[in-house]
Every structure is written in structure tokens, then in C-alpha cells.
Ligand binder design. Structure first.
Ligand code: PEP
Ligand code: MN
Length: 349
């Protein structure tokens, strides 16, 4: 932590800050400039917070140097992490060396629709199936998902296709049943700051896909990840899914810069959801290409066999030529940026 004194601070003001810091067991290193004096603090951050240093006479500003998150920060972790998704013997990596393609329907609607979407996803090169059994809908009158019946469909489709499944959990009370069926728990944008749910997911013993809150800063998002990590679960994958801005042309604005920013500050893998970012299928392929080029560790995309009758997010679901174009991008582009398809690195032990 660094304390910046104001230009008119006196020697007594500086001495007072030093005294306060030393009184809580910290060390203070004073550096006198021509105009300003700055004081570097070494010691326990928590005890410095209690000093309310900003309120002391002559103090102009106080800056934190280390990240407020610890377990998910790169400052305390050598290299970037890989998270493994799936049952032992067939685990798919999401991490810095590979590119992972996750796809599936927004919502599980029927067994046939889910299987068909899963086969489309697999044929396009996806190695993890997405699909919501519990849907966090903006309207309470909209389709809320099939619940446990949807989880059972997902488990059947996993058995039929071999694809591990990621599915959303919206209520802490449902975490055990979702964890029993799924290979990875998804926390959606609307629940990113639901701290009880984050903790429950952290306790569940399964990897977690944590989407960025639509109005969350990157720091708030990483603090949410810290809630999960703090429960002893470091298997967290972040997902940039667009943030709310003034621009109405797309449903959200994909913050592509979040990918390298997160990779510079956190060791956790980060993937991109171009479907929920754009809300329109014509943008999914270009945004997926952008995600690969910027260095994302994967993408998660909505596909549906009949988007026109989808109960959720039909306008953004891919099929046909769009899905073929996506499959081509996912096959050709990751090697250009030094990534191997995750399907080639499945852990079989
Ligand atoms: C989803 O992936 O199904 C979903 C609801 O996404 P988000 O939380 O990003 O809106
Ligand atoms: Mn959706």
C-alpha cells in the first residue's frame, strides 16, 4: 500500500502517519519528493484498512498495490491453470494450451431436442455440452426450465454422446442435485454476485463456470471467483458474456479486452460466450473468430435444431451454414494462435 501526502503536508503529518502504521505492527518507508512525499507501507493490509488513512491530516490518496483477490490472482500463482471437466477417464481440459469448444441448446426442452442439439454440437467439434435445466429468466412468466427432469435428460444425453455437461444452477438449494448430474456447474450473469450461491457451488466438488455479471467490473467478477476459491475449489473457469452498455444494436456488448486483462491478472481460464453477448446468430461466428484471435481458452455457443420454436434464445442459436462456418473457424484458427483442440488432449487416466 502506498500513501501519497498532499503538497502542503507537514513533517508532523508524515510522522503521524508513520506512527499510526508502526502502532499496528507495520513498516513505513518515507520517500520525500520535491513536491510530494509518499510513504510505502509493508505489513498486514487488513490492519491498515482499520486505520482509515485517508482521514489523516495531510493524506491526499491511498493506493493498493496488490490485488484484493488472492487465490485467483496471478500474483500468488505461477502460470495459468487448466481446469478438467468430465468424469475420470474422459476429462476435457480448459486452459492455456488448448482451445475448448462448448455448445448446446440454451435450454433443455425435450429429450429429442437435447440429443439432436448435442449431436449437432459434437459434429461441429464441440467437446462439452451446454444446456440449461434451470433457466434464470428475466420474466417470471417465461419458460423456467425443466428442473430435475432436465438434469436427467442431460445425463442421458451425456451417456449417449460421451460429452461432459455444463448446466446452470440458480438457487443454492439446488446445488447438490445439479452437482449430482452435471460435470460442471454454471453460475449465470444474474447470479454472479449471489455470494451464498457462489459458496454453495464452491462446496459442491465440481468445476464451476462463472459468467461475468452484466454490470460487473473485472475486479468484481474476480472477487466473485474468489468466493468459490475460498471454499477450496480452484476449478473455476470465467466466461465473458457481454456487458450492458448504451449500445442497443447487440443484446450486450462483448468486452473482448476482458480476455487479455483477465489473463494478465488471474491464473483462471477464460472463455467467451458470443451467443449471449450478441443475442443474434449473424454475429456469433465473427465474435467467435475474435475470441479465438484474442486468446480465449474456449467459446460456449448456443445451437438448436429448430431455433424458430426454441423456448429460450432462439434468435441467437446456430444451425446449418452458420454452424458449419463456426466449425471451420474452430478447426482452423486455434492452431494459428498456438492452441491445440481440447479434444486432442482428453485426459484418459
Ligand atoms: C445461459 O448461458 O444460458 C445464460 C442464461 O447466460 P447468461 O447468464 O450469460 O445470460
Ligand atoms: Mn440463453
Amino acid at each position: 500500500m502506498v500513501v501519497v501526502m498532499s503538497p502542503d503536508a507537514t513533517d508532523e503529518d508524515v510522522a503521524h502517519v508513520v506512527e499510526k502504521v508502526e502502532a499496528v505492527g507495520g513498516e513505513a518507508f518515507v520517500s520525500k519528493g520535491v513536491v510530494r512525499t509518499i510513504i510505502g507501507l509493508v505489513g498486514d493490509l487488513e490492519s491498515f484498512h482499520h486505520l482509515n488513512l485517508r482521514t489523516l491530516r495531510g493524506v491526499a490518496d491511498v493506493h493498493r498495490i496488490s490485488d484484493p483477490y488472492k487465490l485467483v490472482s496471478r500474483q500468488h500463482h505461477a502460470g495459468r491453470s487448466t481446469v478438467w471437466v468430465g468424469q475420470p477417464g474422459a476429462q476435457v481440459p480448459i486452459g492455456p494450451d488448448t482451445f475448448t469448444f462448448l455448445a448446446g441448446p440454451c435450454a433443455v426442452e425435450t429429450a429429442e431436442q437435447t440429443l439432436e442439439a448435442a449431436l449437432m454440437a459434437k459434429a461441429a467439434g464441440a467437446t462439452i455440452l451446454r444446456g440449461g435445466a434451470y433457466k434464470p429468466r428475466t420474466s417470471p412468466y417465461a419458460f423456467q426450465g425443466l428442473g430435475v427432469a432436465g438434469l436427467e435428460i442431460l445425463a442421458d444425453v451425456r451417456a449417449a454422446t460421451g460429452l461432459p455437461i455444463v448446466t446452470e444452477v440458480v438457487d443454492a438449494r439446488d446445488v447438490p442435485i445439479v452437482a449430482e448430474h452435471a460435470d460442471m456447474l454454471q453460475i449465470g450473469t444474474r447470479n454472479m454476485a449471489n455470494f451464498g450461491l457462489l459458496q454453495a457451488a464452491g462446496d459442491a466438488g465440481k468445476p464451476v463456470l462463472l459468467k461475468r455479471g452484466m454490470t460487473a467490473t473485472i475486479e468484481e467478477w474476480l472477487m466473485a471467483a474468489e468466493y468459490i476459491a475460498q471454499r477450496g475449489n480452484l476449478d473455476v473457469v470465467l466466461c465473458e458474456r457481454g456487458i450492458r452498455t448504451f449500445e442497443p444494436a447487440t443484446r450486450n456488448t462483448l468486452d473482448i479486452s476482458a480476455v487479455p486483462v483477465v489473463q494478465a491478472t488471474s491464473h483462471l481460464p477464460i472463455i467467451v460466450d458470443p451467443s449471449h453477448a450478441a443475442g443474434r446468430k449473424d454475429l456469433v461466428v465473427p465474435l467467435s473468430r475474435a475470441a479465438i484471435a484474442v486468446g480465449a481458452d474456449g467459446i460456449i455457443v448456443d445451437v438448436h435444431p429448430e431455433p424458430e420454436v426454441a423456448l429460450c434464445d432462439g434468435p441467437q442459436a446456430l444451425l446449418g451454414n452458420d454452424l458449419r462456418d463456426l466449425a471451420t473457424a474452430v478447426r482452423k484458427l486455434p492452431p494459428v494462435v498456438g492452441r491445440v483442440d481440447a479434444g486432442e488432449r482428453i485426459r484418459t487416466v
